[in-house]
Design a protein around this ligand. Structure first.
Ligand code: NAP
Ligand code: F7E
Length: 338
């Protein structure tokens, strides 16, 4: 009889966790998700799957619960997506970020080493590892040069993934993922901030507080403008639904390795605004202002991914274009705010 594979996902309530859970359920996996007690109120992005996922209450800060659950479940695959994932916020919460994003991964690797050494592990690495690099595009051999507390925490996790792989012969693979977005992106990231603002302005919402699951959020100010930071920053944006396919592919390989996942296409924040506002017939110049509060102490990039290695190893390539992604997010926010 065919045995269903078991997957254990940390960060299951987040953007990627939700798309990955859907993908694995569609492949008949038994899905286990680490859930923080306070997140049990809403289940975040997996509320629609709450009867299909086996939730285990716990936290990446607690090595005891990680060992206990991994010992009990003996998953075939672990996807470590849990993190304080906001770069800007990492300057305000550097120690919590180091703990959740950096040491959290190390706690997973230690638990795997001790209680389920045959399990395959996917570690969520990031293009932010490349930080202020002037090498464009970036690939697996580009030097790591973190430029914010989030990236420093991810660098710890990334290096430990490689060290544990070699030292203990564990299957720990990393995906160095460039920015990926979706209608489930938290509204404090720039693409969703813009898509929500476009929808609110298009619908003529005068009350600038938009009700969301996370609480009410001011996405436009009293002049019906969205306040942004650095408009010259450049990012390689893909669709999260495509990128969780890459995570899964990485764990289906026979050997663990590091893989860059990106589209290879770069856009400025200005281009994002232009594309988004023009989609609903508006001129972005009329609706965007700069608030220095959102400008970061150190900007990273231009970050552009060269995904040749994963393409060669698995055939993976992005399916959704930048324009399709922005339209998808705006259509979803128009429906949400209507
Ligand atoms: P996200 O939406 O911010 O989700 C983060 C998840 O981590 C949430 O489920 C959160 O749970 C959980 N979490 C935070 N601290 C935790 C802790 N101490 N214990 C257990 N769970 C904890 O992030 P995402 O965009 O899906 O990204 C997934 C992963 O990929 C993250 O590691 C991120 O750093 C990395 N990454 C993301 C991108 C991107 O562009 N999205 C690119 C490269 C790498 P709560 O709901 O309880 O807060
Ligand atoms: O910023 C600029 C900002 O916060 C993108 C995370 O998933 O991807 C994400 O990190 C750019 C930056 O994402 C605003 O300065 C301008 O240059 O959407 P973001 P991020 O920092 O790139 C990486 C790969 C991850 O690993 C992270 O986990 O946009 N920007 N104005 C702004 N950014 C925000 N948030 N808000 C603004 O008003």
């Amino acid at each position: 009889m065919k045995k269903n594979k078991k997957a254990f996902i940390t960060g299951i309530t987040g953007q990627d966790g939700s798309y990955l859970a859907e993908l694995l359920l569609s492949k008949d996996y038994q899905v286990y998700g680490l859930l923080r007690r306070n997140s049990k109120q809403s289940y975040g992005n997996v509320a629609h799957l709450k009867h299909e996922i086996n939730f285990l209450l716990g936290d990446l800060s607690d090595p005891a619960c990680l060992s206990m659950y991994l010992s009990q479940v003996q998953p075939d695959e672990i996807y470590n997506l849990g993190a304080q994932s906001h770069v800007g916020e990492s300057w305000n919460q550097p120690i919590a970020t180091a703990d959740q994003t950096g040491l959290g991964a190390l706690r997973i690797f230690e638990a795997v080493r001790n209680v389920c050494p045959k399990t395959k592990v996917y570690q969520a690495s990031t293009s932010e590892l490349f930080g202020e690099t002037k090498v464009v595009p970036q690939n697996e051999n580009t030097p790591i040069h973190p430029a914010n507390p989030y990236a420093a925490a991810k660098a710890l996790a990334h290096f430990d993934a490689q060290i544990y792989r070699k030292s203990f012969n564990l299957f720990i693979a990393t995906g160095i993922l460039f920015n990926h977005e979706s209608p489930r992106r938290s509204p404090d990231f720039v693409t969703r901030k813009v898509s929500l603002a476009v929808a609110a302005i298009k619908l003529g919402l005068k009350d600038s507080r938009i009700p969301l699951a996370e609480g009410s959020l001011p996405v436009i100010d009293h002049q019906s403008k969205v306040q942004l930071g650095n408009l010259e920053a450049q990012r390689d944006w893909g669709f999260a639904g495509d990128y969780v396919e890459a995570m899964w592919q990485i764990l289906q390989l026979d050997h663990p390795d590091d893989f860059v996942v990106g589209t290879g296409e770069v856009h400025t924040i200005k281009e994002l605004c232009e594309t988004a506002f023009s989609y609903v017939g508006l001129n972005w110049h009329d609706h965007v202002t700069i608030n220095p509060k959102w400008v970061r102490p150190i900007e990273t990039g231009p970050l552009v991914g060269d995904a040749s290695k994963i393409r060669q190893a698995t055939g993976w390539k992005p399916k959704t274009t930048f324009k399709e992604l922005i339209k998808m997010m705006i259509d979803s926010d128009l429906a949400l705010l209507r």
